[in-house]
Ligand binder design. Structure first.
Ligand code: ADP
Ligand code: GN1
Ligand code: MG
Length: 348
């Protein structure tokens, strides 16, 4: 039996109307302007097949973070997500195939789709570094792999090949140039996975989705407050978090910019972010991790580009889209960035 919206709100004891909120590509997010405020989310169960496992991860990780923050004398209500239980004492609400959860709203902080200054990315880097540090002693084996082979770039190349073979949306003829580019760059796809297999790049607990709009920055000081969107916290490589943050934050324009002349890799942002990241994480990094930092930016950007392209070919079934060509526009910006990153970072 499906609950009505009113019943869902009652289950979380929310007595005000809610409004759609944020720019995430995956979940449906709503703001409840109650006192205190809440974020209500419908978890995308097409993407997350085991929402129970997602919530187990979120609970375990936020509990660990809360203890660390308290030890450091910080404010756990701002510095980590806090899950709000349902009136029945559950950590989330199941409604047939749908799942809902609520978080305390983090006050006095905002997320950004484009950095407003290089300093913002310096602060974002510090926040990611701090997040990783606080989780350094978290038992990684306790985490479920919420999306299998999430940042395994060769696996993403295979998924693109499958999408090309299937041509489900009949769009194959429209993307020949993009496929050619994706194929050319695929020779680099295993750079990170190879280094992980050889042990030169260790497995760590990582966030795996560190774009700027998943990092809350303080409205007054501009400093990092909280890393949010914990659905993909899994064992992974630090390179994923570093590279993905720069994929998004060191782009000169939005992910779906149509005018590719406006899209390039912003070197001062790259420099500011790298400085902040190394200040926090540098000491604990291996030589190979340091060596692969520039490559990780290219790999995360390429991987995201081929994921957008595959979704375009599959008929936009994974990422939320607001118009029919949006995934193609997104893939094109990522590929333009890959080209520019390789040139500016001297990679070949
Ligand atoms: P998605 O997985 O769809 O990206 P997110 O968890 O990132 O969903 O949430 C979408 C947006 O909602 C974020 O970018 C952020 O602006 C806002 N948001 C999410 N959780 C909170 C929170 N606890 N407090 C304040 N804002 C939040
Ligand atoms: C999605 O959920 P959101 O919008 O923060 C995606 C990321 C992509 C990103 C591209 C679970 O992130 O992997 O890098 O879009 N999340 C998932 O903007 O697939
Ligand atoms: Mg998000």
């Amino acid at each position: 039996m499906a609950y009505s919206l009113k019943e869902i709100l009652q289950k979380f004891d929310i007595e005000v109307e809610i409004q759609p909120y944020g720019d995430g590509h995956i979940n449906d997010t709503y703001l409840a302007q109650s006192t205190p405020k809440y974020i209500l989310q419908r978890i995308n169960t097409n993407v997350f097949k085991r929402p129970d496992q997602v919530m187990e991860n979120v609970l375990a990780v936020t509990e660990h973070l809360r203890k660390q923050i308290e030890k450091e004398g910080g404010d756990p209500l701002r510095e980590t997500l806090m899950v709000v239980k349902t009136v029945d004492g559950e950590n989330y609400l199941r409604d047939g195939d749908d799942c809902y959860r609520a978080y305390r709203f983090i006050e006095g902080a905002s997320t950004y789709n484009l950095p407003e200054s290089t300093e913002q990315m310096y602060h974002a880097a510090k926040a990611i570094g701090k997040f990783q540090k606080r989780l350094a002693d978290f038992p990684a084996e306790q985490l479920h792999e919420t999306i299998v082979q999430f940042h395994d770039t060769p696996n993403r190349v295979e998924q693109l090949k499958q999408a090309i073979r299937d041509n489900l949306a009949g769009r194959l003829d429209l993307v020949q140039a993009e496929i050619e580019f994706a194929t050319e760059i695929s020779k680099y796809a295993s750079i990170i996975t190879d280094a992980m297999e050889s042990g030169e790049v260790p497995l760590r607990v990582t966030h795996n989705d560190t774009k700027l709009n998943n990092i809350m920055l303080d409205d007054v000081t501009g400093e990092g407050v909280c890393v949010i969107d914990l659905d993909t916290v899994m064992p992974g490589s630090l390179l994923y978090d570093y590279g993905d943050a720069l994929r998004f934050g060191a782009s000169s324009g939005p992910e779906d910019e149509k005018d590719l002349d406006k899209i390039y890799f912003v070197m001062p942002v790259y420099e500011a972010f790298t400085k902040g990241f190394l200040e926090e994480a540098g000491e604990s990094m291996t030589e190979k991790e340091k060596e692969l930092l520039p490559w990780s930016i290219v790999m995360m950007t390429y991987e995201c580009g081929i994921r957008f392209l595959a979704d375009y070919l599959n008929g936009d079934t994974y990422f939320k889209t607001h118009y029919p060509e949006q995934n193609l526009d997104r893939a094109r910006t990522q590929f333009k960035l890959v080209k520019d990153q390789m040139e500016k970072l001297n990679l070949r």
